[in-house]
Design a protein around this ligand. Sequence first.
Ligand code: PNS
Length: 163
Amino acid sequence: MKTSCCLYPGSFDPVTEGHLDIIRRAAGIFDRVIVGVLHNPDKKGLFPVEKRVEMLRRVCEDLPHVEIIAYGGLLADLTREMQIPVVIRGVRGMADLESETAMARINGQLNPGLETLFLPAASGKEDISASMVRQLAAFGADLSAYVPKKVLPDVLAAFSKSI
Ligand code: PNS
């Protein structure tokens, strides 16, 4: 089946410049990009899901073919329900590649026919992660290279309360 639609799933806690780069590149390939805020049981959340969705909507407002949703279940079920045949994941290095390959295989077993495509992190963005951003923010470091300008105040505000 040929497709013009993909799902870009993640925790997005918060959205980073690395995520935004993948979203923009996916939007250059697919007619419709659905960014899904999904639950990662291995990660303790900082922002509530509604806030992550709202921040993603703000940073993607200039991308007309990108929509943001939240989903509390399995990625395989979401893609089946919405009939999305392709998942996009960004890969920053070999460690990502290993875990992402396992996840892609499991998702393909749970939803046969679902394909996962990997986009390599752009040069200069391969070390950006939301967990790194959260840690830097907790220590008051400059986040301007890592977090989209439109959500920087939200990230700073989250930590100014907790310090
Ligand atoms: O940004 P992350 O934390 O790397 O994204 C991971 C995410 C949320 C895409 C993954 O944990 C996920 O798909 N969660 C939904 C539940 C699910 O389907 N888990 C099975 C994956 S094999």
